[in-house]
Design a protein around this ligand. Structure first.
Ligand code: MN
Ligand code: MG
Length: 314
């Protein structure tokens, strides 16, 4: 008989591309709706957590811009509380990354408003000209989880994030302005940045590495600086779970079945073997990645996974 090994189920929950939809209100139709907005998704998050006490919650960027309300908040949120963070602090997010649209209101606004978050922001591919990252490139979260046998065990969860390097063009005016008042920011290739960070997180003792990748999927051949690099990030060996976004599409969903020959498994929610989600936009979907960890000689290793999206129900 083999020696008994303890098991642990770890659940990773993720939002992306909320774009100013915090309340259950469609600002374009000027009416309340039940199927979008972070306040509606909060119930989905609550349910998902109630099924597994070992849950972590992340946001993948494009949070602060995109609805008429978010434009209004630009002038209001610094002197007051930004409702995104009122909600997200209440929901106990564990970490977040920036999307490209976070730069639409200028760098000083961004750097000030994110200080309202009671959780860390990470980004590994925006630096100054000396190569120092604007935000922490990654974070190691010390968390305790409960195993199948009822033991409480500590795990180190490494989290890093990236965005499309194209912000240099898309928000050139804001970045030029920041260069005059503060310093010149530049972007690095996303895949290269994650490779470095993921390796470093594992070397620092991370049991699990999660990438918050504000980027989509493209099967185009790899190119340094490519906009949608999720397919290549999924192939980095140290990446245990991948959150994507930016394209406002959904993974896993039938629309990716045509890419099965490239390693997109929509039944299992895997991209080249890595569990991945892309939870749409406007807080209508929650990404759920379930990892099954098994204890092997004192180390916790991923032994299985399953991935799905949840919708805001009636
Ligand atoms: Mn977006
Ligand atoms: Mg985006």
């Amino acid at each position: 008989m083999s020696e008994y090994s303890d098991r642990l189920k770890l659940r990773i929950l993720a939002t992306t591309d909320i774009h100013g939809f915090y309340m259950n209100f469609d600002y374009y139709r000027d009416q309340a709706v039940d199927r979008l907005g972070l306040i509606s998704l909060a119930n989905v998050i609550k349910d998902a957590r109630s099924e597994n006490p070992n849950s972590l919650l992340f946001d993948n960027g494009d949070l602060l811009q995109g609805s008429p309300m978010s434009d209004y908040l630009r002038d209001y949120a610094l002197a007051n509380e930004h409702p995104a963070y009122t909600l997200m602090n209440e929901l106990h997010y564990d970490a977040a990354t920036l999307g490209n649209h976070e730069f639409n209101f200028g760098v000083p606004y961004l750097l000030e408003v994110i200080t309202q978050a009671n959780f860390p922001y990470v980004n590994a591919n925006i630096t100054n000209e000396a190569g120092e990252t604007l935000l922490p490139a990654s974070v190691l979260l010390d968390r305790e989880f409960i195993t199948e046998s009822g033991q409480i065990i500590p795990l180190k969860i490494g989290v890093t994030g990236i965005l499309p390097p194209q912000i240099m063009t898309w928000d050139k005016n804001h970045l030029d302005e920041y260069a005059v008042s503060h310093e010149r920011l530049v972007t690095r290739d996303a895949v290269t940045s994650v490779k470095v960070e993921a390796k470093s997180l594992k070397a620092q003792g991370a049991d699990i590495v999660i990438v918050l990748a504000h980027t989509g999927f493209s099967k185009k051949p790899f190119e340094i600086g490519m906009e949608n690099s999720g397919y290549y990030i999924a192939q980095i060996p140290e990446v245990d779970a991948l959150v994507t976004g930016h394209q406002h599409r959904r993974f896993p969903s039938e629309s990716y079945r045509e890419l099965s020959e490239f390693g997109f498994d929509v039944d299992k929610g895997l991209v080249q073997g890595t569990p991945a989600v892309m939870p749409g936009s406007w807080a209508r979907w929650l990404g759920v990645i379930d990892l099954e960890l098994i204890e092997n000689a004192g180390k916790w290793e991923v032994a299985g996974n399953s991935t799905h999206l949840r919708y805001v129900e009636d």
